[in-house]
Design a protein around this ligand. Structure first.
Ligand code: ZN
Length: 321
């Protein structure tokens, strides 16, 4: 059982009521780095989430950060139409997603951090902070995204990680950081810790792109969560490789530090856009194999308890309670 509550786009929810959590997903996204592959149709997102819900998904952590076409009102509409809890994100991605001239390049670390804290505490900016005078959306963000490049943390990424680490420390929100092909994880954790972030609030995404169980056990030994999301990505490796990796990392003593997502970051990954594998893949194709390989109890930790604990805030920090 996970304690505390998570902030969803329709309000706080008890962490033990989330059900199966897809711990890293995208429902509405547009980025210059993904030109032609974006997806911003609320109706299609509703269709896809209903299909995922029918397979048993209870909560989706939508990790689209500032600058990638985040739509707080759209996410509220999806949550309301489907009954699936949606946790939205604030924070920043790696350099490739911000064109020259984007405000994140010039903003001070203080401004970068303040905007993240505002998204978390007061409500998300409706237009990625492009026009700071716009009123905030009623939906608060519930998690913080970060990002680094391939085998390096650039100067701009380091500034944004510093801002995110400070915002994470100030709010208690979880930080999920994109690692490019699973690289630079230690450097990412170093940068966040230097900014005051606690390791149990940090998760590293995409580590399974480099399915090296020894390296992952070393990273997990620092107290951070490993977020795997190559489920169904046969173009990278078969699901059996991911199952082997999970089994090895669990055997090394880190079962409670593994969470899973599909990270469907392109239009043609969604069934609603006539693509695949779609949101249903996690529970229809992968979860049965995970249960057979690790047993029911371990699979439930990975699908339900671990992500609830990662994204939960202590109830004492709930405003007004
Ligand atoms: Zn993602």
């Amino acid at each position: 059982m996970a304690e505390g509550h998570v902030i969803t786009v329709t309000g706080p929810r008890s962490a033990d009521s989330l059900g199966v959590v897809d711990a890293h997903e995208h429902l509405l996204l547009e980025s210059p780095a993904l030109a032609g592959h974006g997806f911003a149709d609320v109706g299609k997102a509703i269709e896809e989430v209903l299909d995922g819900r029918a397979t048993g998904i209870g909560t989706i952590v939508e990790m689209t950060p500032i600058g990638l076409g985040r739509q707080p009102a759209g996410l509220r509409a999806v949550a309301e139409a489907t009954g699936v809890a949606i946790v939205a994100a604030t924070g920043y991605h790696r350099d490739a997603h911000y064109p020259p001239g984007h405000w994140v390049h010039e903003a001070t670390v203080e401004t970068l951090a303040d905007r993240v804290v505002t998204d978390l505490r007061d409500g998300m900016h409706p237009a990625d902070w492009l026009d700071p005078s716009l009123p905030l959306d009623p939906a608060r963000a519930g998690a913080i995204k970060g990002g680094a490049s391939y085998h390096r943390v650039s100067r701009g990424e380091r500034r944004r990680l510093e801002a995110i680490g400070g915002a994470g420390r100030a709010t208690g929100a979880a930080m999920l950081v994109h690692s490019e092909v699973g690289t630079a994880a230690h450097e990412i954790v170093d940068a966040l810790e230097a900014a005051g972030a606690r390791p149990d609030r940090i998760a590293i995404a995409h580590l399974d792109r480099n399915p090296d169980a020894e390296l992952h056990a070393e990273i997990a030994a620092r107290g951070v969560t490993l977020e795997y999301d190559t489920v169904g990505r046969a173009k990278y490796h078969p699901d059996s490789t991911l199952l082997d990796l999970i089994e090895a990392v669990a055997a090394a003593g880190h079962l409670e530090q593994i969470v899973l997502g599909l990270d469907l970051g392109r239009r043609d990954y969604f069934r609603a856009y006539d693509g695949g594998p779609g949101l249903r893949y996690l529970m229809t194709a992968f979860a049965p194999r995970l249960r057979r390989r690790l047993g029911e109890e371990a699979a439930n930790l990975i699908l339900v308890t671990n992500p609830a604990r990662l994204y939960a805030l202590p109830d004492a920090e709930r405003p007004g309670s």
